[in-house]
Design a protein around this ligand. Structure first.
Ligand SMILES: Cc1cc2nc3c(=O)[nH]c(=O)nc-3n(C[C@H](O)[C@H](O)[C@H](O)COP(=O)(O)O)c2cc1C
Length: 307
């Protein structure tokens, strides 16, 4: 469990991208509807992160009428599993590739269109942002005025927008965010970055570190089905060993900031807390098994009561 400087608590987190810009999720995920009506999906158990916001509106690759052009379900070997097959036999799905690339309304449209819904549903969300120092500073200043923001997550690892940021640049952006806002700041980094160095440079500034999906070529030796979008990034079970390596490396380096570990199976939660993570996040698992985050958290709470 992570206790934030504003007294907020983080333990189970909905990762950025899972529930859209307002925590409501996506209408096209029709297979979730009955689960929501029956409370098999109970989002109140999670602290949900918004999809990453950029300051300017961004077209990206995602189109709500054809999301599966840039989101692919994968087997262990990186072969694409069709959506109907993946939904009928989710046990075959071991990962998710995506090349969404920060499609979004831009910060001011988000404030107008999505933030009112966050207020209406009474959610307190982690707001994920990315961009340069000026853009992040401006967003942080405005977020500081809002009531339903639990923390700001700086996404320092999104492939085409901010890739190549070194630890000095990341530190400078975080400093600017902190200068403009009293909200707790979280940092999201990836396996393809100099993650230990980045964490060491920012450990006193950020209140937690989370892990992003991993560029295709780090995971699979075959051509990506999203090659025309630059290959995309991979998440899910096939990344498990990379996340574990990151956690171990950061703990070995005695990084002070608590780590948020991505999970898929119930055993990942047990493993992560035992290994030293302080919170866990549900990302692509929620695409394939929408009720899993709720099931796992309920089970965790039950088992906690027994102790
Ligand atoms: C379709 C999709 C969209 C995503 N969008 C974002 C995003 O906008 N910002 C971000 O920081 N991470 C994004 N992610 C990454 C997740 O938040 C998470 O870090 C990643 O999936 C690793 O966790 P997992 O292996 O448990 O899924 C996205 C992932 C997927 C599958």
């Amino acid at each position: 469990m992570i206790e934030l400087s504003n007294n907020g608590i983080l333990e189970f987190i909905g990762a950025s991208g899972l529930y859209g810009f307002d925590g409501e999720g996506y209408l096209w995920k029709f297979w979730e509807w009955p689960l929501r009506w029956t409370m098999a999906i109970d989002k109140s158990l999670l602290t949900i992160t918004t999809k990453t916001l950029r300051y300017p509106p961004t077209k990206g690759n995602y189109r709500s009428y054809a999301p599966w052009r840039v989101i692919k379900l994968l087997s262990t070997e990186g072969k694409v599993i069709s959506l109907p097959k993946g939904l009928l036999r989710p046990e075959l799905v071991r990962g998710v590739a995506n090349a969404v690339e920060l499609t979004g309304p831009g910060f001011y449209q988000w404030l107008e269109k999505y933030y009112p819904k966050i207020l209406r549903y009474g959610r307190k969300m982690i707001v994920s942002i990315t961009g340069n120092e000026v853009e992040c500073g401006r967003m942080a200043r405005k977020l500081n005025e809002l009531d339903n923001v639990a923390a700001i997550e700086f996404n320092a690892s999104c492939s085409n927008i901010v890739s190549g940021l070194d630890h000095n640049q990341i530190r400078a952006i975080i400093l600017r965010i902190i200068e403009e806002s009293a909200l707790p700041v979280l940092l999201k980094i990836g396996y393809d970055q100099e993650y230990v160095k980045i964490a060491q440079e920012t450990e006193w500034l950020v209140e937690a570190i989370s892990f992003n999906s991993i560029p295709w070529h780090w995971i699979f030796p075959i051509k990506s089905p999203l090659a025309k979008y630059g290959g995309g990034a991979v998440s899910g079970l096939v990344c498990r060993r990379f996340y574990r390596e990151m956690l171990k490396d950061l703990l070995r380096a005695e990084v002070m900031a608590p780590i948020i570990m991505p999970v898929w199976e119930y055993e990942d939660i047990e493993w992560s807390f035992e290994a030293g993570a302080k919170a866990v996040s549900f990302g692509s698992v929620g695409f394939v098994y929408p009720a899993r985050p709720t099931e796992h958290i309920r089970r965790w709470r039950e088992e906690e009561k027994k102790i």
